[in-house]
Design a protein around this ligand. Structure first.
Ligand code: GTP
Length: 369
């Protein structure tokens, strides 16, 4: 079976991390996010993948090439303009038309049993099978009602509590028969959720319920949570092996000065320097080539590659994007995001979900909230 991975979106909710980097290439535990999707496909015996791209496609192509290093054959198709989920799949029809095929949103971290999904789809002889995942707050989502045996009965868009009789949502992974292509108009924006699926309710559309780990990394909060879940091994990824028993993963040579502390769970990228008195963890991922100066603290946070924290910096529940520089005594907390290559001077307080855009220079002591 072949798979189409949708990676054309602009990732607006994850800005400023997605201004210079497309969401699939945003690092998750120091690897492009979409490489976890490829790993899962390969582990389930999928041999061919088509990337359906739009926004910032070049970095994706450059990284994955022909796919050989990842054990897959990879093809790339770039849209001139956003075509929506179904329009994007229609656009790659020639590559996958020869049989049933998988479609995956490129921004979901999951250990969904693809083998189980495929077997269910075949057993039901379904026209389409949607993977379903339960959520805690069903009012925020489009819900999917199914019969006991798995036929989809209907969709319920952002319902009120009194309408709710299911907590299952579309998990962004489908298997479709090629006849579905005949329902999608070519060259226009079209959606599976609003266009295709409602038309095949009662005509072979099934739902496969899974209680596997599932997280859409589309917001900064969920991006952080996905890191915490990898660190705690709540989701099965190949980082779990490196974390081993002690939950400390050094991804290469790291220079830890005497008196520097790592508090598990923690992942440190290759070539980092952590100076005396600095404390990294618990729940921290530090990208390759970062420098964390004396007495700084990083916890429940992500530093992407090549960041520098001067002395006495605190980074807590926040994200520092690649190449950013944070001056001495600055506090970065409460869901703050420091964009790529930003220069933050000393003694600032950046908190309350503040987003510093890439390349911005923040003078010393100028922000205190
Ligand atoms: P937001 O702007 O933050 O909503 O993110 P997004 O642009 O990624 O949109 P969303 O999270 O709804 O998209 C789900 C998945 O579909 C992501 O993997 C997107 O890359 C992908 N996607 C969304 N729209 C398109 C599209 O028009 N074309 C293609 N090829 N992929 C798309």
């Amino acid at each position: 079976m072949k798979a189409v991975i949708l990676v054309g979106g602009q990732g607006t909710r994850l800005r400023p991390l997605t201004l210079g980097t497309p969401k699939p290439m945003v690092p998750l535990a120091n690897r492009p996010f979409v490489s976890y999707v490829l790993e899962r496909l390969r582990n389930h015996g999928i041999g061919e993948v088509v990337f359906s791209m739009g926004y910032l496609p070049d970095g994706i192509k450059a990284f994955f090439g022909d796919g050989e290093d990842f054990g897959l054959k990879v093809t790339y198709v770039t849209e001139d303009r956003p075509l929506g989920t179904a329009g994007a799949v229609k656009n790659v029809e020639e590559y996958v038309r020869d049989g049933d095929f998988l479609v995956l949103n490129g921004d979901i971290l999951t250990d969904l049993d693809l083998g189980g999904l495929i077997a269910f789809h075949h057993e039901k002889q379904a026209t389409g099978t949607i993977a379903l995942t339960p959520v805690e707050d069903p009012t925020a989502y489009g819900l999917v009602r199914t019969s006991e045996s798995g036929e989809v009965l209907g969709f319920l868009e952002k319902p009120s509590w009194d309408q709710i009789d299911t907590n299952l949502i579309n998990a962004g992974t489908y298997i479709l028969k090629s006849e579905v292509f005949d329902m999608i108009p070519a060259g226009v924006e079209y959606s599976f959720e609003r266009g295709v699926f409602p038309r095949i309710v009662g005509k072979g559309l099934c739902g496969y319920r899974s209680d596997s780990y599932w997280m859409d990394i589309g917001t900064p909060e969920k991006y952080l949570q996905a890191h915490y879940d990898i660190l705690e091994k709540n989701v099965e990824t190949n980082i779990s092996e490196c974390l081993d028993q002690d939950f400390v993963c050094l991804q290469g040579q790291v220079h830890l000065e005497t008196g520097a502390k790592l508090v598990p769970p923690v992942i440190i990228g290759e070539g980092c320097t952590i100076k005396a008195g600095a404390r990294v963890g618990r729940m921290a991922v530090v990208g390759p080539g970062c420098t964390i100066a004396a007495d700084s603290v990083v916890e429940e946070s992500v530093l992407q590659k090549g960041c520098t924290l001067e002395e006495n910096v605190v980074v807590r529940r926040s994200i520092v994007a690649k190449g950013a520089h944070v001056g001495a005594g600055t506090i970065v907390s409460g869901g703050a995001i420091i964009g790529e290559d930003a220069e933050v001077g000393e003694d600032n307080i950046l908190t309350n979900h503040i987003r510093i855009y890439p390349g911005t220079v923040v003078r010393g002591g100028s922000i205190k909230f």
